[in-house]
Design a protein around this ligand. Structure first.
Ligand SMILES: Nc1nc2c(ncn2[C@@H]2O[C@H](COP(=O)(O)OP(=O)(O)OP(=O)(O)O)[C@@H](O)[C@H]2O)c(=O)[nH]1
Ligand SMILES: [Mg+2]
Length: 293
């Protein structure tokens, strides 16, 4: 893709990037920010830069915040830990989570209380009411694990009817424990699209096919794997050397049985195989955002 094409894709993606959710989240935050004490910003540990909402301060102002590095089980810990250090040095409170494993999230809960102890003391001095629960809002880009986090914290499946048109929705605060409650709908936000950010998001999270075509996303994934983790490409697809995109697709297609009648490769199937391998975490210990690069 040449630069001009790239630009076109990015311009288009800014327009099409979940406009419905965008408006909904803005409203959700605007109308409720005064009720909220702590914001949990969930990011994907494999893309700690690309899944971070750059202009989050515009939404949540100076509210207390915990940056949650979720899907930590799937990342390259050496690379991701550099980002954790970076954010901690900037003053963020960071918590790592693997929601397939961490049952109770005690560490997150105690960090939340720790953050608010000082705040509640300040509020008491101003004679503000503090005999109430800490109120938390979860935000993040699509597919980072917001709903899983809410369900895990609450200990049951929260069925959110907010996305259905025509359903009037009152805000529900759900109990986490004696001291914390949670807004039942997470805020879905979106980061800025620039450089590789759009492709990283398309690789690990969810971007509509009309925004970034799947063949371009898969080409990006295979190239990046070859550059950063050639052993993974070998391990999963038996590709030793990546010279040519179509050649790589043919190898994967044959190995994974993505064929149409007559033995031709079904490229659409190959695209889905690669994308699912990445999204479902079958290729582990990878981090695409490189600190300092
Ligand atoms: N391996 C792994 N998978 C996870 C983790 N957390 C969530 N997932 C999976 O990631 C996928 C997306 O999780 P959701 O909780 O639906 O994400 P979401 O942010 O609510 O997504 P949207 O509602 O689309 O914005 C699901 O298949 C989860 O099972 C984790 O820590 N590790
Ligand atoms: Mg969700």
């Amino acid at each position: 893709m040449n630069n001009q094409d790239n630009e076109k894709v990015f311009q288009k993606s800014q327009i099409n990037w979940y406009p419905g959710h965008m408006a909904k989240t803005k409203r959700l935050i605007r109308e409720n920010i005064n009720l909220i004490d702590v914001v949990y910003e969930v990011i994907d540990s494999r893309i700690p830069k690309s899944s971070k909402i750059i202009d989050i301060d515009n939404y949540i102002g100076n509210k207390k915040r915990i940056l949650i590095f979720n899907k930590y089980d799937l990342c390259d810990k050496i690379e991701t830990d550099k980002w954790i250090k970076y954010y901690e040095n900037k003053g963020y409170t960071v918590v790592k989570t693997n929601l397939t494993l961490d049952k109770k999230l005690n560490y997150l809960i105690s960090k939340t209380k720790e953050l608010m102890t000082l705040e509640f003391d300040k509020m008491k001095e101003k004679s503000m009411k503090t005999d109430r629960k800490i109120r938390v809002l979860v935000v993040g880009v699509p597919n980072v694990g917001k709903s899983t986090l809410i369900n895990r914290l609450v200990g049951r499946k929260i069925v959110n009817t907010g996305n259905k048109p025509g359903v009037t929705k009152n805000l529900d605060w759900i109990r986490v424990d004696n001291d914390i409650e949670l807004l039942d709908s997470p805020g879905i936000l979106w980061p800025k699209f620039e450089d590789d950010i759009a492709f990283n998001l398309a690789s690990f999270t969810a971007i509509k096919e009309e925004v970034l075509p799947i063949n371009q996303v898969v080409e990006y994934i295979l190239k990046t794997l070859y550059n950063l983790y050639p052993e993974k490409l070998q391990e999963r697809y038996k590709i030793d050397k990546y010279d040519d995109f179509v050649e790589a697709l043919d190898t994967i297609g044959k190995k994974r049985g993505c064929l149409v009648k007559g033995g031709e490769i079904d490229y659409d199937k190959v695209f889905n195989v690669v994308l699912n391998d990445i999204k479902n975490g079958y290729i582990k210990e990878i981090t695409f955002d490189r600190y300092g690069v």
